[in-house]
Design a protein around this ligand. Sequence first.
Ligand code: F6R
Length: 620
Amino acid sequence: MCGIVGYTGSDTAKDILLTGLKRLEYRGYDSAGVALENRDAGTGAARLDVVRRVGKVDGLKSELAGRDDAATCGIGHTRWATHGQPSVANAHPHVSCDGRIAVVHNGIIENFAELREELEGRGHQFRSDTDTEVIAHLVEEAYAAAEGERDIVDALREACTHIVGAYGVAAVCADEPGVIAVARKDSPIVIGRGERGSYVASDVIALIDATRDVVVLEDGQFARLAPEGITYTDEQGRAIEPTVTHVDWDVDMAEKGGYPDFMLKEICEQPRVVRDTLVGRMSATGELDIDELGLSFEELNLIDRVYVIACGTSYHAGLVAKNLIEGWARIPCEVEAASEFRYRNPIITPSTLVVAVSQSGETADTLAAIRDARIKGAKVFGITNVVGSPVARESDGVIYTKANKEIAVASTKSFIGQIVSLTLLALLLAQVKGKITVRQARMLFHELGDTAEQIQWILDTQADAVREAAEACVPAQSALFVGRGMGAAISYEGALKLKEVSYLHAEAYAAGEMKHGPIALIDPGFPVIAVATKSPTYDKVVSNLKECEARGAKIIALATEGDEDIKQIADYVIYVPRVRDAFSAITASVPLQLLAREVAIMRGCDVDQPRNLAKSVTVE
Ligand code: F6R
């Protein structure tokens, strides 16, 4: 979720790009850069000057102070690292070998490793670890190979035919001053025409100072921006008439992409998170590909105990992983709060794998636990959302969750990214241990990918059911979440989400434990939220719910689509699609996130910034 801006017109491009980048900075800011078209003082020849800085846009602004004021065309980018560490070399724009073409890109190029190998074989020299750089070299080749008049938009069009993946791209070429070429597939691009030039950005928020009439580029469409106007073409280069949309959002609404809050925006991004986290993870021959593995298959095969260490929501992702690692790989797995792990004396040997899960990658307790585990001789594997974060740096191997920057304090999309990543790790361990075949792993991998659409189905169809259930929770003093197996793991997360955003007290219990104490809490109207999806323990959960019903509980059931019987005991039913039990945590967590948010809003709470909480907990 990086940010792109581009401008060509009669004003100082640098100022417009910096203002746009600043507006996009909330989406990620590990580095920023611009490519500006300048003229050589002596010869008058056009050239591209690329300036990049690690850190926030203000650093780039200082670097550009007092220079490049004459440039009236340029592109800029603020980066949230997905391939390669945050560094100057990996910051955008990326340039062709001859430095005459520069590109900025959002999205993920799935076949970048193959493309890079091919391009290097043809003599291209790469200067970064990013997937984006292949675009600069592909455009360079296409531009050089063009018969007749060269055209940067045609060259970008040709380059895109080689790319598998998602992209929003803006490119400039020193040989075509004043022109910006733009392409889009599965990554947002908006274009606008103002009084003083033409503008492009990955988000409308970067354009709204200049114009409110924007074209949202569609997949497979291309644009040529020039100071005097904009033309649009399709994949074949035929002219098209775009649809102009009038935007009357204010800056706050625009940042949230039109959603009322970041929490909802991030919940709705989860289908993309599933897809992005899986991109490039399965090779053409069906092998799981975890490129930051850092451990050999021989080392993995020796693993005889796994600890998942994490805090809060990330700890709950660990509870899901325990079911998968033990179920598929048959390796004993314990899940521990990092804050406890570091003060115990856990049994660690060189064949222990410690899996540290942390969205921010900088939680103090998790980091301390990693250091402790390493001193004791364990191998450490990190699952984090932040490239180059301390958790990533201090682990032997890492999987990045590709949730992109999460802004709401309550973790939602990162949690889904963590579960997907931990599922990949469990599949890999199972494969290495010979517990599942390549064929089975492949089938499970594809089913895991299907959860993206299943989440979308929940988002599209269950909003009303969630709202009705939320109304039932609002007057309560407390709520109980119950489930078994995966359902229990997800219940803990459901209760945490409700507590943290709505300030309503909630607890989670394995449903079978209710009769050993918590059932005493139940009196008429007490909300019990049950994960009662079809699973091997479905009947048991239903009997536990009957016990609650008999005592007057108000039952909100998460059930599998088509389960009509559940209505006999549940007062409210929220449906999720039928999925394999192993993947049920992914789908079941979505309605629980929505429910927590809805209750919080009904109770007048700020869902994005709940009281007393911080997004990143760097103290003990
Ligand atoms: C809850 C939440 C927290 C974090 C916890 C760990 O919504 O976000 O419970 O999960 O503070 O943070 P990370 O994952 O950054 O280590």
